[in-house]
Design a protein around this ligand. Structure first.
Ligand code: AMP
Length: 129
């Protein structure tokens, strides 16, 4: 059965989509550490990042870099952090997180955004892609 991220990629579940190419899909994390927290997901539903083929892994990293550079331009922050976890959703994804403090990287201090704030964040990042 398709997992939640595959349903998002197919459009069966709505998401705040930032960008996609033939192999990857980027959208805002619904429970963000900080405004602009974005997930870059492989379209192939693979559980663990180091089980990706070398080509798919390299593609995901290039894709994530492109999105991260746009986040860095769009969202005021000290830097954009990157994590791969996958304990909640077993479908490869890179977290890109605008960081101002170590707390922003801990996944303990969540921000709540309105739908309008999520949508405005998407537009800001897309304008910098
Ligand atoms: P992890 O699998 O531990 O790397 O975390 C999965 C991430 O996916 C969490 O940060 C969730 O907030 C996020 N997430 C789960 N469901 C959705 C969804 N429907 N839309 C956007 N983000 C989601």
């Amino acid at each position: 059965m398709a997992g939640i991220f595959s349903k998002i990629i197919k459009g069966e579940i709505t998401s705040y989509k930032v960008y996609e190419d033939e192999k990857c899909y980027a959208f805002l994390d619904i429970n963000p550490n900080a405004a602009g927290h974005t997930l870059c997901v492989t379209k192939k539903e693979v559980d663990k990042v180091f089980d990706l083929s070398e080509d798919d892994y390299n593609h995901l990293m290039q894709f994530s870099r492109k999105v991260a550079l746009a986040i860095r331009k769009a969202i005021p922050c000290k830097r954009v952090g990157m994590s791969v976890i996958g304990l909640e959703v077993p479908h490869v994804h890179v977290h890109l997180i605008p960081l101002n403090s170590m707390e922003d990287a801990t996944f303990q201090n969540k921000q709540s955004l309105t739908p309008e704030e999520f949508q405005a964040t998407v537009v800001k990042i897309q304008d910098c892609l």
